[in-house]
Each structure stands twice: as structure tokens, then as C-alpha cells.
Design a protein around this ligand. Structure first.
Ligand code: NDP
Length: 326
């Protein structure tokens, strides 16, 4: 038996609880991992609370991230004792995930724990941090260099936003953070932002085009915020869109794209190919300041996860949450 969070969805309703789970009920897979840490991401909070349609089967162990040690394997790339990291691939949605002491997975989904990180640091990064890295890599791929001008990061007190601010500032960009929690201004400036804006300036319906300011952006919010970010991006600038914390809609016009040549670059972490993941984790090993990562992350226990999920969706969690599953 091992301990984990189990979500059940049946006639009795939708519920999540910490349970003792029989190892025999682990799903199919060619690698069994003794999980040491997981994380609590926005998507995990949607799954645990049932506030978003994340859970694709019942019962399900949630948790889109995990780090741990290979316990059994028939996969050629891994041997017993290897330290591995998993992010996404539908784990914690349609396949049992990381918020438990054991997981059985496809070896093809795993990446080796980079030598630069201890397990807690890999989870301080987690899907949110690896997505932030994918956004930065997308800006680079589209030619946004530090000399081009300011980069806007929305949801800067959250997980993706905080890591994006830290990464971009270390890479020499001038970063402006957006937050609904102005009391976190010093925290966001401490991660490397040169200025912090109030979320209210961007969240209301705006004009098709505004004053050109941003050379690039990392947006986790969507909806009117993303529309306003596109409308105020400079000629030839690039906006990376990875989140929907403010809504799934995009009430925008094509004006920024056809009149200013703005690029809207979508970023997905879940099905990103392995080569891109390995590249992102490699870049995280060199481009993330570990002192700042320490400021971003806080550790909680498995028994704290369910209550914390509601707080996270209510915008009361700062930065990233590491979950010690023991
Ligand atoms: P967090 O909850 O840690 O951060 C989200 C932040 O968004 C909050 O901290 C808050 O920042 C801001 N926010 C929340 N609600 C609103 C609102 N109504 N209007 C404007 N801003 C709001 O989540 P994550 O950083 O883990 O994830 C952020 C988003 O990115 C989520 O939508 C998530 O689903 C998505 N995501 C997508 C991935 C992908 O592969 N595409 C991977 C990972 C995440 P503040 O308090 O500073 O205003």
C-alpha cells in the first residue's frame, strides 16, 4: 500500500481525499517510480476541486508533475535507481499522476533529473517553470532579443509568471510584471522585474490597438488581458500565450497581427515533444537563478494539498508549491 490523493467521480458525487492505495491498482506502464515530491499546479487545483474539466477517468490520482527514483523498469533508457522527472503527457488527467508515493508510467514520458537540481528544485520548477522556459524559448525563436525592448509577464505572482520573470531577467531582458496583488510588488521586483503594473490596467475590454510598448510578452491570463497585451505590443513583437487564468476566450481583433505584424505564439507543455523538453530542462539548469527559485517555492505535505488547491484557484498562493508526498 502507498499513500496518495484519490479523486472519485460517480453517483455519490465528486470527491478528493488522501487514501491508502493498493499497489496492485497502479495503471499499466513500463517504469514504476517511487515518488519523492510532486507539485500543485493550477491544473491540479482544477482537478482536485472539480472546478475545471481536467479529470478524464475515475478513480484518478491527480498530479501533473513528479520526481522520484525508478523502482522497476523494462524500458531500455532507464535502470533501477535512476532519478527521473515527469511533466504532463496527460498524467494527472487520464493517467494516474504524481500526488502519491508511487506511480507507474511510460518510460518515454520521463526525463532524467538534471544534475543541476535536487528533487525539490525540479518540483519548484515543475510544469509551471518548464512552461515558462518554453515561453522564453518561443520568444527567442521568434527573434526577441534583450535589446528589442521591454517584456511583459502577466500573472507575475503566480507560478509560470514568477519563473518567467526570473528567467528573463537573468537572460538580460527588461521585464515588467503584471499582478492583481500589488502587495507582492517587492517580491516580483526581487525576482528581477524593473516595474510592476496593476492587473486592472489590462483586464477590462480595450481598444483594438493601443500605444506600442512591449517587444514581447508571456501571458498566463487569456481573455481581455491577452487581447490588450496584443494591442499594446510593438511592431513585429511576439506574445506567447500559455494560460487561461482569466478566461478561455480571446475577445481581440486582428489589428495587431495585420497592422503591426505581431506574432501570437501558442505554448503547450503537455504534449511537447521529448527533444523540446530535454532542451527546456537543459536551459533551466543554466538560466535559472536557484536563489530566486528558492524565493518562488514553498513546500507543503500531501495532507495540505486539498485545502491548498482551493486557495490556489482563489489567487491566494504566491509562486510555486512543492509537495513532499511522505
Ligand atoms: P498560478 O495560479 O500559480 O498563477 C496564475 C496567476 O494568474 C495568479 O497567481 C494571478 O497572478 C493571475 N490570475 C489569476 N486569476 C486571474 C484573473 N481572473 N485575471 C487576471 N489574472 C489572474 O497558476 P500557474 O502559473 O501554474 O498557471 C497559470 C496559467 O497557465 C493557468 O491558466 C494554467 O492552466 C496555465 N498553464 C498552461 C500550461 C500549458 O502547457 N499551456 C502549463 C502550465 C500552466 P497575480 O496574483 O500576480 O495577478
Amino acid at each position: 500500500m502507498f499513500r496518495g490523493i484519490l479523486i472519485e467521480k460517480d453517483e455519490a458525487g465528486y470527491r478528493a481525499a488522501v487514501k491508502n492505495i493498493d499497489e496492485a491498482s497502479l495503471p499499466e506502464g513500463d517504469v514504476t517510480v517511487r515518488v519523492s515530491h510532486s507539485t500543485l499546479n493550477y491544473k491540479d487545483a482544477l482537478a482536485i476541486t472539480g472546478r475545471g474539466p481536467v479529470v478524464r477517468k475515475s478513480p484518478l490520482v491527480p498530479g501533473i508533475d513528479l520526481v522520484g527514483t525508478v523502482e522497476e523498469t523494462s524500458h531500455p533508457d532507464f535502470k533501477v535507481g535512476d532519478k527521473v522527472v515527469l511533466n504532463g503527457w496527460g498524467v494527472g488527467e487520464s493517467h494516474w499522476g504524481g500526488l502519491a508515493q508511487k506511480a507507474r508510467l511510460k518510460g518515454d514520458w520521463l526525463v532524467p533529473l538534471p544534475e543541476a537540481f535536487i528533487p525539490q528544485q525540479a518540483m519548484a520548477i515543475g510544469t509551471a517553470g518548464y512552461t515558462a522556459m518554453l515561453c522564453v524559448m518561443a520568444l527567442e525563436r521568434h527573434g526577441v532579443t534583450p535589446d528589442k525592448g521591454e517584456i511583459l509577464v502577466t500573472g507575475a505572482a503566480g507560478g509560470v509568471g514568477g519563473v518567467a520573470v526570473a528567467l528573463l531577467s537573468k537572460l538580460g531582458y527588461t521585464v515588467v510584471g503584471v499582478t492583481g496583488r500589488l502587495e507582492e510588488r517587492n517580491y516580483i521586483m526581487g525576482l528581477g522585474a524593473s516595474d510592476v503594473l496593476d492587473r486592472a490596467a489590462l483586464s477590462a475590454p480595450g481598444k483594438p490597438l493601443g500605444r506600442e510598448r512591449w517587444a514581447g510578452a508571456v501571458d498566463v491570463v487569456g481573455s481581455h488581458t491577452l487581447a490588450n497585451v496584443c494591442a499594446t505590443t510593438r511592431y513585429g513583437g511576439v506574445v506567447t500565450a500559455c494560460g487561461l487564468a482569466g478566461g478561455m476566450d480571446l475577445p481581440a481583433t486582428v489589428a495587431p497581427f495585420i497592422l503591426r505584424g505581431v506574432t501570437l505564439a501558442g505554448v503547450d507543455s503537455v504534449m511537447a515533444p521529448k527533444s523540446l523538453r530535454l532542451q527546456a530542462w537543459q536551459r533551466l539548469s543554466t538560466d535559472l537563478n536557484l536563489t530566486k527559485l528558492g524565493q518562488i517555492a514553498e513546500e507543503i505535505g500531501l495532507d495540505d494539498v486539498i485545502a491548498t488547491a482551493t486557495k490556489l484557484l482563489d489567487g491566494q498562493v504566491r509562486g510555486r508549491l512543492i509537495v513532499d508526498v511522505y
